[in-house]
Design a binder for this molecule. Sequence first.
Ligand SMILES: NC(=O)c1ccc[n+]([C@@H]2O[C@H](COP(=O)([O-])OP(=O)(O)OC[C@H]3O[C@@H](n4cnc5c(N)ncnc54)[C@H](OP(=O)(O)O)[C@@H]3O)[C@@H](O)[C@H]2O)c1
Length: 268
Amino acid sequence: MNDFAERYGPWALIAGASEGTGASFARQLAEQGFNLILVARREAPLEKLASALRDAHPIQCITASIDLSGDQAVETMRKVAAGREVGLLILNAGADPNSSMFLENNVANWEELVMRNVLTMMRACHRFAQPMRKRGHGGIMIVGSAACYAGAPGIAVYGATKAFDLVFSEALWAELKPQGVDVLSYVIGSTDTPAHRQLMEQRGMRLPADMADADDVARLGLEHLSKGPVKNFGLADDEAGHAGLSAAERRERTLAFAKQSIAYDAKA
Ligand SMILES: NC(=O)c1ccc[n+]([C@@H]2O[C@H](COP(=O)([O-])OP(=O)(O)OC[C@H]3O[C@@H](n4cnc5c(N)ncnc54)[C@H](OP(=O)(O)O)[C@@H]3O)[C@@H](O)[C@H]2O)c1
């Protein structure tokens, strides 16, 4: 085992593991000798990935079909993980499948998004960070989005959940770092994943030419796990990036997003 695996192993639980960045995390952790608990809703792609990883590496890999928007999601994760030392928790699932303005969708769909990205995320951290703290080591990565930095029409609830995740991760990083547990809010941008492709298709938008590769995104996230509380993919740590907190800057940024959104509406 290498230092990374000693610090964050022997088991990693990845929520949203069957494809895209989640599957990339799984493959890269398997290469490093981690045992894996892979969670998503669809059992078939999960099991296909798990079987490939078990064939390629001397690791244990189990799967659990869990809807992270369900009220019992973390309780089920706890049962699945029972007796296994989970030293790394990656909360990857989080994209917005709704593709609509706020009032043009049933509120139940927005509640599902909040449930998965906020309540399940928070409950999973509460459940899995406790044994990490007791052991004095471990890591938690919450995959975020640049949507966390500004309100934008069309992704109001999505952006708000990602803002919650960002602020929550920062605070948890400060609370747990002295106790040996690393927390990272990993803020990523447009990345080539099946969910993103599907969303762009639904919106009638062309795929950006500069989408990041899911394997590159996963690699950089794992490299920065101990350098929290935030890593913005594609930006150096000291770059201003999406910052800018004055009321005027926030207004300008939201209006700039709105212009893009009107363009998006016209195409949709
Ligand atoms: N791709 C991008 O361009 C982009 C940009 C910015 C931020 N991000 C962030 O990056 C992360 C990964 O995004 P992604 O594009 O790969 O899409 P995603 O839908 O967040 O992740 C896909 C994975 O999550 C699982 N999943 C989705 N909803 C689930 C649920 N309710 N319960 C259990 N599992 C669920 C999917 O499997 P099942 O469908 O089988 O459940 C799949 O394994 C997200 O947090 C997203 O917000 C992505």
